[in-house]
Design a protein around this ligand. Structure first.
Ligand code: DON
Length: 373
């Protein structure tokens, strides 16, 4: 569906760096914005916000904006896929919500669509809990205790836990993510949850909050995840109380983000762990390549191979409908649209990121920096 010809586009990676020297971006305050509306009426469609100030964009900036605007117009009417329905709250989210944000490593942003709507981060959270685990325990211990092998199976697969030598698989499938949460150091579950929320907020550069209705909806229906935790215990691959770990994991999946906040979290990864606006080094620079590698091999679950084949950018999806893709050193593309494909990845988000990446020549495997000559 999002395959096709993916030759290098009009912009090289270096050119995109040049393309991102717009006016300095300061995040708009979330409080007081027109109804960020958790589950309520979405913000008006097609509102666009570009950074601060009214300077005329350069030709490069205009190319970036044009690619985003074109993608928005091209895919807006699409109805392929369907909302996740195994979490009752998600089944009720308006399927037509659609937003795109691009955030660059110098703190610029360009957003179009339902950009104030706060959706649940879901599995995209797993990336940041992985980052936290490495901050605390180092990459060697995380690799030993969790691993980083793609499962080739659904994100909530039981058979993967049984059959894979590591059992945990990788930190981006449910079993590996629950085990990753179990690794995080805290005196109790509440302290762990607060540390997680603060860490995510640091990555976003502003305070994030739990969408309580999502949490309650998922907590009431997450018997599958509790079963995964029990199975991990059998293999001695969970490192704290299983049910408590599932509960904290469920909370982390219920954190609300809008596309710009998610884009900023992505840009923090693209910026070697430093939030581009606050300047805080949230993730150690030396851990970034481990995270991006895991996103490449497992970020879209059993869709990861096809994604790497066609788009060539590390990315992570969530069943809430978000996907964030990382362009190392340059920025992130974040898209929200609730309709998912069979693997649990937003259809429209894949289409949009694929389109923008192709247009701007962002595929990492097309880049040819003069590193070896
Ligand atoms: O545990 C779950 O099933 C959800 N909280 C997260 C799954 C998810 O987002 C998979 N992503 N595409």
């Amino acid at each position: 569906m999002f395959a096709g010809k993916f030759s290098a586009g009009a912009l090289t990676i270096g050119a995109l760096i040049a393309a991102t020297t717009f006016t300095t971006f300061l995040p708009a305050p979330i409080k007081g914005q027109a109804a960020p509306a958790r589950g309520a009426a979405p913000a008006p469609v097609a509102q666009a916000a570009f950074a601060r100030g009214a300077q005329t964009p350069s030709a490069r900036q205009q190319q970036l904006r044009t690619a985003v605007d074109e993608a928005y117009a091209k895919f807006k009417a699409g109805t392929k896929g369907k909302n996740a329905d195994y979490i009752p709250y998600l089944a009720k989210v308006d399927s037509n919500l659609f937003g795109i944000s691009v955030v660059t490593t110098d703190g610029q942003s360009y957003s179009v669509g339902d950009i104030n709507y706060s959706f649940s981060i879901q599995s995209i959270s797993k990336v940041y809990s992985l980052a936290m685990a490495m901050e605390e325990s180092g990459p060697a211990e995380v690799f030993a205790k969790i691993g980083s092998e793609p499962t080739g199976r659904a994100f909530n697969s039981v058979s993967a836990v049984v059959e894979m030598p590591t059992h945990t698989g990788n930190p981006l499938v449910n079993a590996g993510a629950i085990a990753t949460v179990s690794m995080l150091k805290a005196a109790n579950a509440n302290e762990k949850w607060n540390k997680i929320l603060n860490f995510y907020s640091d990555a976003a550069g502003e305070k994030l909050t739990l969408i309580d209705e999502v949490y309650k909806s998922e907590a009431a229906t997450n018997q599958g995840n509790r079963a995964l935790a029990a199975l991990l215990l059998k293999y001695e691959r969970i490192y704290a109380d299983g049910l408590e770990s599932v509960d904290v994991y469920t909370k982390q999946c219920s954190v609300g983000v809008n596309t710009k906040q998610l884009g900023m979290m992505g840009a923090t990864l693209a910026n070697m762990g430093k939030n581009p606006v606050t300047g805080k080094q949230v993730i150690k620079a030396e851990n970034i390549h481990h995270i991006l590698a895991t996103m490449t091999s497992a970020g879209l679950y059993d869709g990861s191979g096809g994604w790497a084949w066609s788009v060539g950018l590390p990315a992570k999806s969530g069943v809430g409908g978000g996907i964030v893709a990382i362009v190392p050193g340059q920025g992130a593309i974040s898209v929200f649209s609730p309709r998912l494909d069979d693997a649990g990845n937003s259809v429209k988000a894949q289409e949009v990121i694929s389109y923008i990446s192709t247009k701007l020549g962002l595929n990492l495997y097309d880049a040819s920096p003069d590193l070896m000559k």
